[in-house]
Design a protein around this ligand. Structure first.
Ligand SMILES: [Zn+2]
Length: 679
């Protein structure tokens, strides 16, 4: 207890804006702070369940949403640091804290007294007077408890728990098998002539791989950084075929790592859970809180896009076939030829690489251009504040203000790679927005990235891909910063899974607009403006072979929906099932022994089950939204104001389909995406 007295995580944060006191926090503070904060949260929950007044929105739903405030702020510091600035000790602390947090959240879901109160409010939700936000929060809380099994009878609960546990074990096993199969197969080359066409950085890496395995020559693996460029550049067709067959038959080779039985087990258990909870199939259960909220809507969406993309997919296929035969391919084009000829033609048509573009995108200019874009669109401004504590000297902080000088948010930016930071880029928060006793508690948002550092000879220069990444994460950040909600679990980016990428992908569109690029993209040495021909090429290259790519994404979406729309127990062979579903999107002659489902980690390992369609869904939304800006002017304040009021401020407080309609004046249409992708 005395220890906890001096624990800065548990104390009031007397920092500027009450931001986390990173300068005072030590790794050893985390575990005792989490344990103490869980106790506090449990007491808050107890106050709710032991209340003798009849359950109301305020004393139950709102109270539950704001319970565990301290725990929330401590765990977000812990998890955010564990991604952005970690070390062995912090990883250990996180691993020890994780089960404490899981147990706490399971205890809540299985708290019958609490569920009874929520259920009472839920049952009467249509006869009482609630705001839209309140109604959604009631439904959300009720759904979370229901999906956690709270509504089941005691004997069903046992089965439910058993299935849940088995499912998580099976998903882990599925991923482990895919990983094992990815790791165990290699292409070993000993004859230098077999390296024909491969870029030097790839062969260097393959030589290193060979050395690390005490081998001669070059070793290529099925991991992305080796597999993808090998398929794009190897001129040795029979080796491409070998690689392709190995890659596409992972966990489908009849050995101990074969996933076919696991797929069938997962599909059946998911169906059983869905039925226990009163749904006809798993897809229906999952989609309940999405923007595309029924399997029928998803199917209709996939079909519509399928019909529209079909001609473009065949056009792309024929273009590559023609190019390949002109290039000397005598046999019919096969799957293992696609990446090779596609890349070769792309290089011929749009030869524009990162090194040519980078000098126009210095990080310093890009940052002020992106902040400036937000100022142009929404009138918000950013003011650097060096007195806010940070967790690493690289991190910069900004106060963000609205056009009338109201304080909106604190923004942290952490741009560069270092040991202890995960790869990739992400937006996260240290505090989400909410109202507490009518006071507006504003959010603390953070953007973390891995952009190339500056060197003595040049400033930090972004690749085009890094530019769009920055815009993407900044779009999420705007969603987090501009939000104006009442309840934390519905504010900011706490929205439906198939809606959350709209603000982020929307921002990426600006990277292709001359009107915006002209405002900042000049060569860091010569001061020359980014030439227009480059912009045209970037745009065309982005739409290159999009018909084919879209078709492929759709085929995965159909496969995902087919597995999860099954309404009866199945023992079907997974190749028969898959072949039947995939026939309609097949562009190449069939090949024996290949299977997608057995290594489809998104839906059987990770959390994309009945959600793979979401990638295309989000693209439709962002293209359609940006089209509106193009029609009215990409910096148009009125359009921006409407985007802000209807989308960015609203979080998950209204049905996403109506939010979108309020902004756009109609439902989303696929036309803008078709146009942008050249379909
Ligand atoms: Zn995103």
């Amino acid at each position: 207890m005395t220890e906890n007295k001096n624990n800065p995580l548990l104390a009031e944060w007397n920092t500027p804006f009450n931001t986390p006191p990173f300068n005072l926090i030590d790794t050893a503070h985390f575990l005792p702070a989490v344990e103490e904060a869980v106790k506090l949260a449990e007491k808050e929950i107890q106050v709710i369940t032991e209340n003798t007044d009849k359950p109301t929105f305020k004393n139950t739903i709102a109270a539950l949403d704001s319970a565990g405030e301290k725990l929330g702020r401590i765990s977000s510091v812990l998890f955010n640091l564990n991604s952005a600035e970690t070390n062995k000790l912090l990883q250990e602390a996180t691993q020890k804290a994780a089960p404490v947090l899981t147990r706490f959240s399971n205890d809540i879901t299985l708290n019958t007294k609490l569920f009874e109160r929520i259920a009472k409010i839920f049952e009467k939700k249509d006869t009482a007077v609630y705001t839209t936000e309140e109604k959604i929060l009631i439904e959300r809380k009720y759904r979370n408890f229901m999906l956690g099994g709270a509504g089941l009878k005691e004997h069903e609960r046992e089965r439910f728990r058993a299935i849940s546990e088995e499912l998580s074990t099976l998903s882990l096993k599925f991923d482990e098998n895919v990983l094992e199969e990815t790791n165990s197969w290699v292409l070993h080359i000993t004859d230098r002539s077999d390296l024909a066409g491969l870029p030097e950085n790839l062969t260097d890496a393959a030589a290193k791989e060979a050395v690390s395995r005490n081998s001669e020559g070059w070793i290529f693996t099925l991991h992305y950084p080796s597999y993808v460029p090998f398929m794009q550049y190897s001129e040795k067709r029979h080796l491409r075929e070998k690689m392709f067959r190995a890659y596409s038959s992972r966990a489908f080779r009849g050995n101990e790592y074969d996933n076919r039985n696991i797929v069938i087990k997962i599909v059946n258990l998911r169906l059983e859970i869905a039925k226990m909870l009163g749904f006809t199939n798993f897809a229906e259960m999952v989609l309940g809180d999405r923007m595309a909220d029924t399997p029928e809507k998803v199917e209709k969406f996939l079909e519509e896009l399928y019909t529209a993309a079909k001609p473009a997919a065949f056009r792309d296929l024929n273009t590559i076939k023609k190019f390949a035969s002109e290039d000397g391919l005598k046999e019919p084009l096969e799957r293992w030829d696609w990446a090779f000829y596609s890349e070769k033609l792309k290089k011929k048509l749009y030869d524009i690489d990162d090194e040519i573009l980078k000098p126009y995108f210095s990080l310093e200019k890009v940052e002020s251009a992106i902040f400036g874009l937000a100022t142009k669109l929404y009138g918000i401004r950013f003011s650097a504040n060096r007195s806010i504590p940070v967790y690493h000297p690289d991190v910069k902080t900004f106060e963000v203000y609205d056009n009338d000088d109201t304080f909106l948010a604190i923004l942290y930016v952490d741009y560069h790679p270092r040991a202890g930071k995960s790869g990739g880029a992400w937006m996260t928060s240290y505090r989400d927005q909410r109202k507490k006793n009518k006071k507006d508690i504003r959010p603390f948002i953070s953007i973390v990235a891995n952009f190339t550092r500056s060197s003595e000879s040049r400033p930090s220069l972004l690749s085009f891909n890094e530019l769009t990444t920055f815009l993407h994460e900044f779009g999420h950040a705007l969603h987090g910063m501009l939000t104006k909600c009442t309840h934390e679990s519905l504010s900011g980016t706490n929205v439906a899974r198939d809606f959350v990428e709209l603000p982020s992908q929307f921002m990426e569109n600006y990277a292709y607009e001359k009107e915006w690029l002209d405002t900042f993209a000049v060569h860091y040495q010569t001061g020359e403006k980014l030439p227009e021909e480059f912009i045209v090429k970037i745009k065309e290259a982005a739409a290159y072979n999009e018909g084919y790519a879209c078709y492929r994404q759709l085929s995965f979406g159909f496969l995902d929906m087919a597995w999860h729309s099954l309404g009866n127990h199945t023992e079907i062979s997974i190749s028969d099932f898959e072949n039947e579903v995939m026939t309609k999107t097949e562009l190449f002659p069939p090949v024996e022994g290949l299977n997608m489902s057995a290594s489809f980690g998104h839906i059987f390992g990770g959390g994309y089950a009945a959600g793979y369609y979401g990638y295309k869904w989000a693209e439709v939304l962002d293209a359609d939204a940006f089209q509106y800006f193009k029609e009215t002017g990409i910096f148009n304040n009125k359009t921006a104001e409407s985007f802000r009021k209807n989308i960015l401020e609203k979080g998950g407080t209204e049905d996403p389909a109506s939010l979108y309609k309020n902004f756009r004046g109609r439902d989303p249409s696929i036309d803008a995406l078709l146009k942008r992708s050249g379909l």
